[in-house]
Design a protein around this ligand. Sequence first.
Ligand SMILES: Cc1ncc(COP(=O)(O)O)c(C=O)c1O
Ligand SMILES: [Zn+2]
Length: 712
Amino acid sequence: MSSSTSSPYLTHLVCLECGEQLLPDIMMNACPHCGSGWLDARYDYASIAALWKTPRQLADRPPTLWRYAELLPIPAPDPEITLDEGGTPLLRLYQLERLYNHPHLYVKDERQGPTSSFKDRQAALAVTALKQAGVTELVLASTGNASAAYAAYCARAGIKLWLFLTSLVPGEKMREAALYGAEVVRVSGTYDETKQVAAEFAKRRGIHLDRGAKAVPGKESMKTLGYEIAASLGLQLDPSGEHWIAPDWYIQAVSGGIGPLGALKGFQELYDMGLTDKVPKLGAIQAAGCAPMVHAFAAGRETADPVVPQTLITVLATGDPGLSYAQLRGHVMQWGGAMIAIEDGDTFAAMRRTASKAGLSVEPATAVAFAGLEKLLTSGQIAPGETVVINGSGHTFPAESHILGDQYLLNLEYDRSGENGGSRRQVEGWSAALETLDEQVTTILVVDDNPNDRRLIRRLLQARKHYRVFEARDGREAIKLLYDHRPDLVVADLTMPELDGFGLIDYLKSNPDLASIPVVVVSAKTLTAQDKSMLASMTESVWTKGDFSTRRLVDHIVETLGDEVEIPTEDVRSQPKMTPLPEVGDAPLAPRTVVIIDDHEPDRRYVHRIINQIGTFTFVEAASGREGLKVIHERHPDLIVLDLLLPDMDGFAVMEALAHEPTLGDIPIVIHTGKTLSAAEREQLEQQAALVVEKSAQHRREFISSITHLLM
Ligand SMILES: Cc1ncc(COP(=O)(O)O)c(C=O)c1O
Ligand SMILES: [Zn+2]
């Protein structure tokens, strides 16, 4: 990886743990002397002080954070990436001043950033640096807002983003990131566990991992909060624009701490350059259910013990702040300030008050800071007459859920069953989850104009692995999906309308971004010698419809993807054959139809409810085997859910009847039965059905997830 173009004023990096001076390489991960990841950028301050004497000198530059480029590690925005970030207003809070009888309260309105939070600053710098360094894929763990910010900037930079979020992050935030094209992985664990698993995922796949508050570009970006506040305050208090003015307090809701670390460094630099007369005190406000810094500070400790977060304010759920705490504590010891905690209930009250008194709709994490402001004012920790700036860190807007399909989320379930076995078991728990995730993020594009063939290939693959499968009707549709999803493998038919398989393969192989994607051809076309030689040079393999066992095709695809193939347990001949089907044109794609055959009405309703959670389907219910067969003939459903004990012909007989129908034999069947199955019966059913679920031993979540895989 090449290093970024850094600012001409950047002189060197300093290791915050051993103090060693290092070369100004902003992509450096760790100190070569002590291994610490905490590196800090230093600049040619004397030259910059001469350029920045008054805020007025900078006033005719564009009103973005790039106005302060001399003190940033990157000298200029990338026009393809920037969203004109920074430059948010500093608003005076007149109504709150009256309410608290305290003049000079201000909010730095970071809600007005491109993705509505102050994380835009970090994402803009971090993503620009990554792009310069040639990074094309990035892994990020986030508690919420960094996800939308990074997703937006990665979209502009053409960087594929893998986002790891805890399952507590609200759906709106996940959807927003997904809308920007990020791959969203929802982890059932704490934020600190999510960070670990993201790091592990990045390592396994050799993808760059964002280092949060430790990464130089990210933290440096947050300094611009300090510069902008001092410039705006200078202008508001003295319209001549001759002075930078630092406030007495900088207040922020704190999680990982990148905001205050950066903002306070910015203020410190202005002070060190002789441009201001003070460095603000820090008001670090945490949610009471996740306040490791506040506890350690109160106890006078230099390091913070990690906590397991118990707060509804998921954005602030960093349980283990690491070295951020020591640095912020150091600031408070030197310049003054406070670290205090706010109960969730008080946060929600502050949220309403901030909206109704200040006209600012802020998200709960930001309301924590407003509640903290009130507490610091009423307790007298903020002295009368002190100027206070609060970071109005974020306001998010929900992304409409119907915009996205149902495959935008990947779930990573951490198996806690081994937790008592100590850390080794814990590692195994994650590693099993990561293996499943590896499958889930393996994406296959099936291109075939025959919907039945597409569905059959999808079903066969997903019966074996948790792969994500997208379908396209022809070459043109496939090209769009290639760009959206960058599949790991393409299964393509040859004869298709619009752009045919030859055209698609030709396009794919002549495009350097896509050429490495393996193509497996499955087609009924009779090939000429010329066709054969072209395909031999450009594809993995060619399969003729009707002429092979589907098990071998699936094995081949699994192997091509570098996954493990299971040892076959059944006779290969019992696998369904793929037969060329008459080209009947496209069936409507949605909604798909599910037939539920069960004589017990509450059970039919239960299945209906479960499947309804997965997506939009048309349901047809039948209370007997005969009635069931009749509707299957009429409707050609995409899935059959079948009870075994039925009044007229039982479930075994229904399956037997279907197996002899050429067009109905491939419809996946889920057996949902109250019958206690013998081992022999179970074995027989598992050969014929896609899934066997006993009503008594039902696990709702597993049932949902298995059915989801069948229907995807
Ligand atoms: C809206 C909002 N406020 C405050 C914070 C806490 O910021 P920091 O990471 O600087 O501790 C975050 C962080 O995710 C946030 O999104
Ligand atoms: Zn060091």
